[in-house]
Design a protein around this ligand. Structure first.
Ligand SMILES: [Zn+2]
Length: 468
């Protein structure tokens, strides 16, 4: 897929501290090294559940864990059919994982650096010394260069190519299974991929180390954001100020910055009625923890009423945003203050629409709200490092492999996430599937419509607003 830059690629690595650094210099004084990730590069930490998920997948392929204890891993979501992520350790991409919706499974795409963390116990071939140079330069492994192949390797498997000494020199897809390979005199055994960009230097570190490495950088982005908030507030002294709070990390970081800039302001929470239980809990925690006023609004049953009429929201027809968020917020503002200033946790690395959005804007559907994004230029890693540093109570969903917080059935979610939700929240999902079945039966749609996520693909266009 085409590369899509939404901002600079900011991920660097300090080889002294073994930490990710969001700039050219680490607090320790060392120059950092840029990590070659695929754009847009909205990198984020791998939480324990992410690490377990990745290690489970990697073990299926290679018989060993990829991510050892006490090592920092960073994830980078990249454009793909459904969901694909690069895994960064030691300052390089060491592996990628990709969800294949048609096969309903994850695929592991290793890079050569993965073998620096654990020598594969399966899923490997051993190349002859004479073949090393050509494989390193990107050529395929041919039959005469094969010394050994793990007996379980099947045609089409992802494999690592090792030397006799155990050094990994390539990665790619087996063109033949092990049984066939050992009897071949010529022909391709493994088709290699470009799979070894950059340098990888493994080493132990903690997120506390990473916070320290980034502390000057975090202070700088915080100061910039605080000054931005003060400037907007001083230009609009008479507008009622608030923070739009969704329960997600971006609105929490925004809240912290706004508090430092202008003190306590109320939160506005628009309850869609389709939130995860963790989100309601997070809102309670934040309101209590920072002793804040919260102004709740919501759409009541509007979601279900609209769904009866128009069908479920889809990728192209996301009427839910207007119905459940924008309209209630507009009414709230009109009734209470006439007009208001809202700080919103919108970031350019999230999407093209948000990259193009100015930092201060008025949504054409909510003209009474002047919106401003203090963290427009932050990556997800800036946000999380800042929240870790401030010991802020972020939503527990991030530790359950849900990285975008919103309605649980958001049609913009990827299928990989839906599969996670189905397993972790069976009741929530069952209820939703029943609603889909009801709608399908009433409207005489084919059976597959409700089952295979077809409901989220429907074609009409309406609302693709960028409101968080
Ligand atoms: Zn350092």
């Amino acid at each position: 897929m085409a590369k899509s830059y939404l901002g600079k690629l900011v991920l660097h690595w300090c080889d002294e501290c073994k930490t990710p650094v969001l700039g050219r210099k680490c607090l320790c004084g060392a120059e950092t090294r840029q990590v070659q990730v695929t754009p847009p590069g909205d990198i984020r930490p791998a939480f324990q559940a992410d690490i377990e998920h990745i290690n489970n997948l990697y073990r299926l392929y290679f018989g060993v864990d990829l991510i050892p204890d006490n090592h920092i891993a960073v994830l980078n979501k990249i454009p793909d059919k459904d969901r694909m992520e690069e895994i960064v350790m030691g300052g390089a991409v060491v592996c990628a994982i990709r969800y294949l919706p048609d096969n309903q499974r994850w695929e592991v795409l290793p890079r050569i650096h993965s073998a620096l963390y654990s020598r594969p116990a399966r899923g490997f071939v051993i190349a002859d010394d004479g073949a090393i140079e050509s494989i390193k330069s990107g050529s395929s492994l041919l039959a005469p260069g094969l010394v050994d192949i793990h007996p379980d390797v099947m045609e089409g498997d992802e494999v690592l190519i090792l030397t006799r000494d155990g050094e990994c020199i390539g990665a790619g897809r087996a063109r033949v299974g092990a049984k066939e390979a050992v009897n071949m005199d010529r022909g391709q055994i493994v088709r290699t991929r470009k799979a070894g960009q950059g340098i990888c230097i493994p080493g132990e570190s903690t997120w506390e180390d990473a916070i320290e490495s980034n502390s000057t950088i975090l202070t700088n982005v915080e100061t910039e954001a605080v000054n931005f908030v003060r400037s907007i507030k001083s230009k609009n002294p008479d507008l009622f100020a608030s923070v739009s709070y969704s329960g997600g990390k971006d609105s929490l970081a925004t809240l912290l910055v706004v508090q430092k800039a202008i003190g306590k302001v109320p939160l506005i929470f628009s309850d869609t009625g389709l939130e995860f239980p963790e989100t309601y809990k997070n809102i309670e925690d934040v309101v209590a923890g920072y002793d804040l006023e919260i102004i709740r609004t919501g759409a009541g049953d509007a979601f279900w009423e609209t769904m009866e009429r128009e069908g479920p929201p889809s990728v192209d027809a996301r009427w839910c945003c207007s119905v459940c968020k924008l309209n209630p917020v507009k009414e709230l503002i009109k009734e209470n203050w006439g007009e208001c200033l809202s700080f919103i946790g919108q970031r350019k690395y999230e999407s093209l629409a948000r990259m193009k959005s100015p930092r201060v804007w008025r949504n054409f559907k909510v003209q009474v709200q002047l919106s401003a994004s203090p963290i427009q230029h932050w990556t997800a890693l800036h946000v999380f490092l800042y929240l870790f540093q401030e010991k802020a109570p972020y939503n527990e969903l991030y530790e359950r492999r849900i990285d975008r917080i919103g309605c649980f059935m958001c049609p913009s979610s990827d299928i990989a996430t839906f599969e996670t939700i189905k397993i972790d929240y069976p009741e929530l999902w069952k209820e939703w599937e029943q609603k889909l079945v009801d709608y399908r039966e009433k409207n005489e749609l084919p059976e597959s419509w409700a089952l295979n996520f077809e409901w989220r693909k429907r074609g009409e266009t309406d609302d693709t607003s960028s409101y968080s």
